[in-house]
Ligand binder design. Structure first.
Ligand SMILES: Cc1cc2nc3c(=O)[nH]c(=O)nc-3n(C[C@H](O)[C@H](O)[C@H](O)COP(=O)(O)OP(=O)(O)OC[C@H]3O[C@@H](n4cnc5c(N)ncnc54)[C@H](O)[C@@H]3O)c2cc1C
Length: 410
């Protein structure tokens, strides 16, 4: 059986940042990845996707963007190349899936597709966006309807002819609705809670303001309701070369039909709530609060004046139902978020909702850590740009744990 001080499960940015920080502390470790390095950026993203974070916001411990387009947005092959470069010296073993993780007398035992591994410490880096969440009501859709999630969607040409219903208006939903509509199909977008943001405001990218205002590094302990913060919808942003914004207004302007939240499905009809006025008003309140905060900073810097984006008032009425057959809708895209699947985790650290119980990535099981989750330590913990600080902090925790086992490397 292979033995090492620490095993990291997963070679996305979180696992690689962790590996860099363990190596910097001289900790013997391996990274087990069931696919290839950066697998999810290779095989679970659509063809046209670019990062919604600008290139300068890809700072990892010991690695940062070195190209000449700091304000641009990487394509998926570019992200993969970026992470492959980062992984060049990392002890990643590709093509090895962890099938079970157990406690063992001296730490942990991992059953993998390549045999057993023993380790004193384990870091779980299997991703916040692990398994696409499809609401149970999807089972009520007629079998003729093609259903797809953003992880499996590639481009409009692979969808059956006809109209498309996109459910969910966060980053993935709005981008996919926009792309499919522009390909010439009628698109309906069902909107729930969302986070509206302009791409640029007062002369700068909105993420540049948010970064400098400390919004993205807000610590978890400063958040009143952490569970709610962890469940917040993702930012309604797109990373286009022209730095354009995307929101319900831009989508409506090109002809996407905007409707309320999907409440149920019955007899070939998708039932909708009449809640657009409420959800858009909620998004506007959050946006106004954010822009107030940024505005004070922009004023102090003498940034050009710009009014906040106007409230969206176009959608006060939503139909109460859509008859899929009558409207020629043949595809439903479930852009309804992600869940985590820890079926392989045989250590009792899951809470009743199936999430790993942890404090800043430190689980109640000595020597077991998790990284890459939303608001693990800060608002940007699951972003390329935020995972590094967590990796630094958790590497210190791993080192301290190994020291208590008497096994820390020199
Ligand atoms: C559509 C989309 C767009 C995004 N855009 C941005 C963006 O612009 N900027 C940004 O900062 N963030 C973005 N994110 C968020 C985040 O950066 C990504 O989700 C990123 O992939 C997270 O990296 P990670 O290393 O935490 O997890 P992942 O990239 O999900 O890596 C986890 C790895 O673990 C492996 N794995 C899982 N289970 C096992 C197992 N049992 N055994 C072995 N290996 C296993 C997987 O194969 C995978 O490679 C986006 C997310 C999505 C879904």
């Amino acid at each position: 059986m292979r033995t090492t001080d620490a095993v990291i499960i997963g070679a996305g940015q979180a696992g690689l940042a962790m590996s860099h920080c363990l190596a910097a502390r001289g900790i013997d470790h391996i990274v087990l990845e069931r696919g290839r390095i950066a697998e999810r950026w290779r095989s679970e993203r659509w063809d046209s996707l670019r990062l919604l974070t600008p290139n300068w916001m890809s700072r990892l411990p010991g690695w940062s963007y070195r190209g000449d387009d700091r304000d641009g947005f990487m394509t998926m092959p570019e992200v993969v190349g970026y992470l492959e470069g980062y992984a060049a010296a990392a002890p990643v073993i590709e093509g090895v899936a962890v099938r079970a993780l157990h406690r063992a007398p001296a730490g942990y035992r991992l059953e993998t597709s390549a045999g057993a591994v023993a380790a004193r410490a384990v870091v779980i880096a299997t991703g916040q966006c692990d398994v696409p969440h499809i609401p149970a009501m999807a089972a009520e859709l007629p079998s003729a309807i093609h259903q797809v999630t953003p992880s499996a969607y590639r481009n409009p040409s692979l969808l059956p002819d006809g109209g498309v219903l996109v459910v969910g208006a966060s980053a993935s939903g709005v981008q996919i609705a926009d792309e499919i509509h522009r390909s010439g199909r009628p698109v309906t977008l069902a909107v729930g809670r969302h986070t509206r943001l302009p791409r640029r405001w007062r002369g700068r990218d909105i993420l540049n303001w948010m970064d400098r205002a400390g919004v993205l590094t807000q610590p978890a302990e400063q958040v009143r309701d952490l569970a709610a913060a962890r469940a917040q919808p993702s930012l309604q942003l797109v990373g286009r070369p022209d730095h354009a914004s995307i929101d319900l207004g831009t989508l409506s302007a090109i002809g996407v039909r905007i409707v309320g939240r999907v409440a149920g499905i019955a007899a070939g009809r998708v039932l909708l709530r009449d809640d657009l006025a409420e959800t858009t008003a909620g998004a506007q309140r959050t946006l106004d609060r954010l822009l107030d905060r940024i505005g004070a900073m922009a004023d102090a810097e003498g940034a050009p004046d710009e009014a906040p984006p106007a409230p969206l008032t176009l959608f006060e009425r939503s139909p109460s139902a859509i008859d899929l057959a009558a409207e020629g809708i043949r595809t439903v895209v479930w852009a309804t978020g992600f869940r985590r699947d820890y079926a392989w985790l045989r250590v009792p650290v899951l809470d009743p909702t199936g999430e790993i119980h942890h404090a800043g990535g430190v689980t109640p099981a000595p020597g077991l850590f998790v990284i890459g989750l939303r608001f693990l330590r800060r608002r940007n913990s699951n972003f390329l740009d935020g995972v590094g600080a967590d990796a630094e902090a958790l590497a210190a925790e791993v080192l301290a744990h190994l020291a208590t086992c008497g096994r820390a490397a020199a």
